[in-house]
Design a protein around this ligand. Structure first.
Ligand SMILES: *[C@@H]1O[C@H](CO)[C@@H](O)[C@H](O)[C@H]1NC(C)=O
Ligand SMILES: *[C@@H]1O[C@H](CO)[C@@H](O)[C@H](O)[C@H]1NC(C)=O
Length: 339
């Protein structure tokens, strides 16, 4: 998605939940891949409109357990995990390019490889096999696909995918590429995966404005439903293909509290009615943000992010309910592929 940081809240919140319960983290390490819904600083030094770098969210970055962005993570940080997410990024390389620089999922995976090369000396005592054994215990979450729709398929003035592919063909193409990318992470040692469904961007104020509608854009949502359906299928296939790994599909909550009742407009004043949808700097946001689903034209408010994060945490419990996983991890040291 295009902008800013409700995103980081989502991530921060998830990360915080992971460590808050007993003092000890429930997983020793957590790697995060995604778009602006997860970016906590990787785009700050890139030339892009998709920034994740300004108030009012800085207060949330103070959480002790914050997983550091790849852009600035230091050695003692990366042992606990790294956040590679980048606002504007997609499964496809070109997605989001009209917004400016961003780190596509392929490049996020390349950055993970750089982390692994550093971890070999930090946790693996020089051994790649030992490093992978460490990575088997880490949690990986990936949230991709939003920009392949908002900032690709449904932005035909910049991208030709919608003239080349039907929604069904595009969904299949995306999910096939996504599957290869997830398998690349598996080859690097990842075993515990949480994969977020794409959001129903047809209901974002930004998309409704682009289509001149005051209700959800059904054509957009039905394309995304195709993607999520195929994603779910492919994750099941990966679970069968790799019995030593677990791929969990994370759906959005079915229902939000009834007082989250402003669903069709953003809480902040946005720069323009069209697809960009950033909050205008230095304007006072709505006073009753607790009633708003959207903060800007594309991103949810903190309240929604907290609800989504809580749901994700619950959905992912099989990844940190330890017995199941330690048995997974311990019996497959024989067949690593090369990193
Ligand atoms: C579609 O756009 C891509 C660049 O994004 C270009 O490489 C390709 O040739 C275009 N295809 C058609 C059929 O226009
Ligand atoms: C939303 O809910 C709040 C709190 O229950 C209420 O005060 C407000 O009038 C509602 N707004 C709308 C648009 O329904």
């Amino acid at each position: 998605m295009a902008t800013k940081s409700q995103a980081s809240i989502f991530m921060v919140f998830t990360a915080t939940l992971l460590v808050a319960i007993n003092g000890d983290p429930q997983v020793p390490c957590y790697f995060i891949f995604g778009d602006s819904l997860m970016d906590n600083g990787n785009n700050n030094h890139l030339h892009t409109n998709a920034k994740v770098n300004y108030e009012p969210y800085a207060q949330l970055l103070g959480f002790e357990s914050f997983i550091q962005p790849f852009a600035t993570a230091r050695s003692d940080d990366i042992v606990k995990g790294v956040n590679y997410a980048s606002g504007g990024a997609g499964i496809r390389e070109e997605s989001g390019q009209h917004l400016g620089e961003r780190i596509s999922f392929d490049n996020q995976i390349k950055n993970h490889r750089i982390t692994i090369l550093r971890l070999i000396f930090l946790v693996g005592r020089g051994s790649l096999v030992a490093t992978k054994k460490y990575l088997h215990k880490c949690m990986y979450t990936v949230g991709m696909g939003n920009n392949d729709y908002i900032n690709n398929y449904f932005a035909p003035e910049y991208y030709n995918t919608s003239s080349l592919y039907s929604p069904e063909e595009f969904a299949l193409l995306l999910v096939e590429q996504y599957s290869q990318q997830l398998q690349a992470l598996y080859a690097y040692g990842a075993r515990k995966f949480g994969i977020f469904a794409a959001g129903y961007s047809g209901c974002t104020p930004g998309m409704m404005a682009i289509y001149g509608m005051n209700s959800c854009v059904d054509s957009v949502n039905s394309a995304i439903i195709l993607f999520n359906t195929h994603l779910n299928t492919i994750l099941n296939e990966l679970n069968t293909k790799y019995p030593d790994a677990k791929f969990i599909y994370i759906d959005a909550p079915l229902q939000y509290p009834t007082d989250l009742n402003v669903t069709d407009k953003p809480c902040c004043e946005v720069e323009s009615i069209d697809g960009k949808g950033n909050c205008s700097p230095d304007h006072i946001p709505c006073s009753n943000r607790q009633n708003y689903v959207f903060w800007d034209s594309f991103h949810p408010t903190e309240r929604v992010s907290v609800i989504d994060g809580t749901q994700a945490y619950t959905t992912l419990s099989p990844l940190y309910a330890s017995e199941a996983i330690s048995s997974l991890v311990d019996n497959e040291e024989g067949h690593f592929s090369n990193a």
